[in-house]
Design a protein around this ligand. Structure first.
Ligand code: PMP
Length: 407
C-alpha cells in the first residue's frame, strides 16, 4: 500500500502557503472547487510557453503536439473511470454542460410529452434545471426520489416511481450539500430492471471515490476538472457508445462535422460530434496532469485519509454546543453541513473568513435540499486530501470564537 505523505502533498499546493487576513489560509471550500498542485499549474504554463496551438486542425507541428496532448487526456480519463472506449469520453466545460448535453440531446430526441424523468431530492441545481427546461419544452414530467431526515434517499420510494412512462433517471453520487453517498450501483440496477438509462452526477465523487463506469453499468457519468485538482472550464461526459451514437449533436460548429454544404451537413464521429468549436485546450490537456497527480497518490489512500479526517471533523464539531448537523447519512463523503439555531450561516462564514478559514455558506446550489430541512442555508465544510486535523482544530477554535460573538 502506498503511503500518504501529507507534508509533501501540502507542499505541492502553493496556495496553501499563503495568508488570508493575516492568518494562514485554511481552505475548507473544496466542494466548490479544489486548489491546484504545482504539477497542474506548471503544466498550464508549459502549455502556453511550449505548445499553444489549436487542436484537431493544423498539419503543423504545434497543432499536432497540442492535439496529441489533448487526446492523451481523453485516454487518461478513459483509464481513470474505466470506460470501454476512448470515444465515449466527451470533453465538456464541466458537469453542468455534461448534464445539459444529455438533457438536450438525449432528452429532445427520446423523451416526449407525458414521459417521466426521475431525479432525487438532493440534486444540485444543475441536475434539476436542465430537466425542467426539457419538461417545459416537451411536456414531460419530473418525479423526485424523496429523502429521509438524515439526508438518505428512500430506495423503496424510488422503486415505486417507475412506470412505463419513465425514460431516464438522473441522480448524484455524492450530495454537495449533505455529503450523502448514494447506493449508486443498486440504484442503477433498479433502473436497468425497467430498461431505463441512468445519468450519474459525479461532480462530488470523482475526487474521493474510485469510479468504474463499466462495473457500475452507468449510461452517462458527468464530472468537472476543477473539483479534482484540475483546471476550471473543463469536465467530462462519459456516455455509452450506443447511446451517444443515437443522440443528435449538441451544438453546431467546427470540429463536430464531417462535410458541410449549404444543402446538407454530415456529422463527425464520436467523440467529436459533441465537441463543437475550439475547446478549452489548456484545461483539457492539464486535466490529464490532475489525473496523474491523483493517481500518483492513489484514490484508495486518499479515501482512507479523507474518511479519517471526516470522522475527526464530525466528532470535533459535535463538541460545540448548539450545532445541528444537516445530513447525517450512514454513508458520507468529505462534506459536513451544519446550522446553529438562531445564528445566520453567513455571519459564521464572515467571522471564519476574518480568521483565515474558508467555508461555504448558503444553499450550495441545492435550494430544494434547504427547503426539505426548512432552513435558508448551512455552513459547509468540505474536505480535500490536503486538509489536516490541525486545520480542523483551527476551524473549531474559530467557530467557538464566532459563536461567542453571535449567540
Ligand atoms: N453537481 C454537483 C453535485 C456539484 O457539486 C456541482 C458543483 N458544485 C455541479 C453539479 C456543477 O458543477 P460545475 O459548476 O463544475 O459545472
Amino acid at each position: 500500500m502506498r503511503t500518504f505523505d501529507i507534508e509533501q502533498i501540502r507542499a505541492d499546493f502553493p496556495i496553501l502557503g499563503r495568508e488570508v487576513n493575516g492568518r494562514p489560509l485554511v481552505y475548507f471550500d473544496n466542494g466548490a472547487t479544489t486548489q491546484k498542485p504545482k504539477q497542474v499549474i506548471d503544466a498550464i504554463t508549459r502549455y502556453y510557453a511550449d505548445m499553444n496551438s489549436n487542436v484537431h486542425r493544423g498539419v503543423h507541428y504545434l497543432s499536432q503536439i497540442s492535439t496529441d496532448a489533448f487526446e492523451v487526456t481523453r485516454r487518461k480519463v478513459q483509464a481513470f473511470i474505466h470506460a470501454k472506449h476512448e470515444h465515449e469520453i466527451i470533453i465538456t466545460k464541466g458537469t453542468t454542460e455534461a448534464i445539459n448535453i444529455v438533457a438536450s440531446c438525449y432528452g429532445r430526441a427520446f423523451i416526449n410529452a407525458e414521459d417521466e424523468i426521475i431525479i432525487s431530492a438532493m440534486e444540485h441545481h444543475s441536475n434539476i434545471v436542465p430537466w425542467q427546461m426539457l419538461c417545459d419544452e416537451k411536456g414531460c414530467k419530473l418525479r423526485v426520489i424523496p429523502m429521509n431526515d438524515r439526508g438518505e434517499l428512500d430506495i423503496e420510494a424510488y422503486k415505486s416511481l417507475f412506470s412505463e412512462r419513465t425514460k431516464l433517471v438522473s441522480f448524484t453520487y455524492v450530495s454537495n450539500a449533505l455529503g450523502t453517498v448514494n447506493p449508486v450501483k443498486e440504484m442503477i440496477d433498479i433502473a436497468h430492471e425497467h430498461d431505463v438509462p441512468v445519468l450519474v452526477d459525479g461532480a462530488q465523487a470523482i475526487q474521493h471515490v474510485a469510479i468504474d463506469v463499466e462495473a457500475l453499468g452507468v449510461d452517462f457519468f458527468a464530472f468537472s476538472g476543477h473539483k479534482m485538482y484540475g483546471p476550471t472550464g473543463v469536465g467530462v461526459l462519459y456516455g455509452k457508445e450506443e447511446l451517444l451514437n443515437k443522440m443528435p449533436p449538441y451544438q453546431g460548429g467546427g470540429d463536430m462535422i464531417k462535410d458541410v454544404t449549404f444543402e446538407k451537413t454530415t456529422y463527425n464521429e464520436l467523440p467529436f460530434k459533441f465537441e463543437a468549436g475550439t475547446p478549452n485546450i489548456e484545461a483539457g490537456i492539464c486535466l490529464g496532469d490532475a489525473i496523474d497527480y491523483i493517481e500518483s497518490i492513489g484514490l484508495d489512500v486518499i479515501k482512507d485519509y479523507e474518511e479519517e479526517l471526516l470522522a475527526y471533523a464530525t466528532s470535533r464539531l459535535s463538541e460545540i454546543d448548539g450545532i445541528r448537523f444537516i445530513g447525517t447519512a450512514a454513508h458520507k463523503s468529505s462534506v459536513i453541513s451544519f446550522v446553529v439555531d438562531g445564528v445566520h450561516p453567513y455571519d459564521i462564514g464572515v467571522i471564519l473568513d476574518k480568521l483565515g478559514v474558508a467555508v461555504r455558506t448558503g444553499h450550495h446550489c441545492a435550494q430544494p435540499v434547504m427547503n426539505a430541512f426548512d432552513i435558508p442555508g448551512t455552513v459547509r465544510v468540505s474536505l480535500a486530501m490536503y486538509n489536516t486535523k490541525e486545520e480542523v482544530d483551527i476551524l473549531i477554535e474559530g467557530l467557538q470564537r464566532a459563536l461567542r460573538m453571535l449567540v
